[in-house]
Design a protein around this ligand. Structure first.
Ligand code: HAM
Length: 431
């Protein structure tokens, strides 16, 4: 085959979509219980939104964005969104959502684009579900966002995870700590690897994120941001932790957790899974009180949120054997035709029954009776109704239960109700 998916992208095939839908449905259900409403934003935005929002010194902005001009002579620069938080804040400001509601709570299930080196759990086009709570500076908002994220994983049956928690303090704390960290690292500059050397001036906090074993000891002994928090951030962090304790959400404090985006202030968190390989972060987020001003707002707008990678979640679910019982929806009935006249009747009745809520299969290949029944079994239909001349003339039909092999004669007018009694699709939607 000449054309293939581009490296780092993948098809989600019909066989996989029930699993995706299950994840999305679970996430939506939890989001809605917390009062979050869906937001959808364009896939591409003005490049400056991400430069300003995510930070020019981050890996994402520095080397991972898909940036293009709308036409060769244009001065405009557009970028495929590498994350949702900046887009959501742009939408919040553009539409003055804060004027409609003092706290705006939105969620999204979106595809993102990052030009990263593809490997297991790391793609160039990937999906996130996530949420942003805009308008509250209270630690209650942070605690609720974290609890909401954990509830989704919990309802999906994900175990073997660890929630890492840190506080980066306010913008002043970050500035102060940046200088303290640089002072600590400066005498060891020669020992740093090339990536960390590059980060030393641009973004020294990210050096703490290094996975290089040669730097482990140096990083371990580095001054901790938690020891340098401003008083308000300290109290904020204590309250977030005490709510999490109350909710029974377990966490570990990780003073090295700085996250790869520049907009975080105060709370930062990440959920890692032991069921993933090197790319072990299932999701993460934090508070970003400075982002709105960074994007041109006149005053600070407090906000906190998280996002979770769907592909990584599915890898974790697969390795924990959580996907075996997620099945595609099966037909309630297959109408099997024995003659051209029967086919006409089937077309009409199938359409009516589908309107009435049943999942009805018909044969679109004019196959033999045997082949149609084989197909009904392959699809996992509950019932088959064989329709021939006799049935059409008498109005009496054999309703064959393919799961139990029982067969009953039913009058035409009672068929729909009889099938409904066993209707798995109706039972499913009720749940
Ligand atoms: P992030 O940590 O960059 O945060 O991404 C969140 C999650 O998206 C990661 O933990 C991971 O599961 C998934 N992810 C990221 N990059 C890839 C990739 N290349 N392939 C597959 N999955 C990936 C954010 O995006 C922030 N906007 C989160 C946030 C929301 N903070 C506040 N509000």
């Amino acid at each position: 085959m000449k054309f293939q998916t581009i490296t780092g992208t993948k098809d989600i095939l019909p066989s996989e979509s029930p699993l995706w839908q299950h994840v999305e449905k679970t996430a939506r259900s939890v989001f809605e219980r917390f009062g979050y409403r869906e937001i959808r934003t364009p896939i591409f935005e003005d490049t400056n939104l991400f430069l300003r929002g995510i930070g020019e010194t981050t890996d994402i902005v520095g080397k991972e964005m898909y940036t293009f001009k709308p036409s060769p002579e244009s001065d405009e620069s557009l970028t495929l969104r590498p994350e949702m938080t900046a887009s959501v804040m742009r939408a919040y400001l553009q539409h003055s959502l804060g004027a409609q509601s003092p706290v705006v709570k939105v969620y999204y299930i979106s595809e993102l684009f990052r030009k990263e080196r593809p490997q297991k759990g790391r793609y160039r086009q990937f999906w996130q579900f996530g949420a942003e709570c805009i308008g509250s500076s209270l630690p209650e908002a942070d605690a609720e966002v974290i609890a909401m994220m954990m509830m989704i994983y919990d309802e999906l049956g994900i175990k073997n995870t660890m929630l890492k928690l840190n506080s980066l303090g306010d913008i002043e704390t970050r500035k102060r700590y940046r200088a303290i960290l640089q002072d600590y690292l400066r005498p060891h500059f020669d020992k740093l690897d090339s990536v960390s050397k590059e980060r030393f001036e641009k973004n020294p906090l990210r050096i703490l994120d290094s996975k290089n074993p040669d730097l482990k000891e140096l990083i371990e002994n580095a001054p901790r941001i938690l020891d340098h928090l401003d008083e308000t951030s300290q109290a904020h962090f204590e309250t977030v932790k005490s709510y999490l304790d109350e909710f029974g959400v377990k966490y570990v404090i990780d003073h090295r957790l700085v996250r790869g985006l520049d907009y975080y202030t105060r709370t930062a968190f990440e959920l890692v899974s032991a069921d993933l390989g090197a790319q072990d972060a299932l999701g993460g987020g934090g508070r970003y009180d400075g982002l709105a001003e960074q994007l041109g707002a006149e005053k600070e707008i407090s906000a906190v949120g998280f996002a979770s990678g769907v592909e990584r979640l599915l890898i974790a679910m697969q390795s924990a054997n959580l996907i075996a019982n997620i099945q595609p929806k099966k037909p309630d009935v297959m109408l099997v035709s024995q003659s051209p006249a029967a086919r006409g009747w089937i077309m009409k009745v199938a359409n009516e029954w589908r309107k009435a809520g049943l999942a009805v299969e018909t044969d679109l290949l004019a196959r033999s009776l045997k082949a149609q029944l084989r197909e009904a079994n392959r699809l996992g239909a509950t019932y088959a109704v064989i329709v021939g001349e006799y049935e059409l003339q008498t109005g009496k039909f054999q309703l064959k239960n393919l799961l139990t092999s029982e067969q009953k004669e039913i009058q035409q007018e009672n068929l729909l109700n009889e099938i409904r009694k066993q209707n798995r699709s109706i039972v499913l939607t009720k749940n």
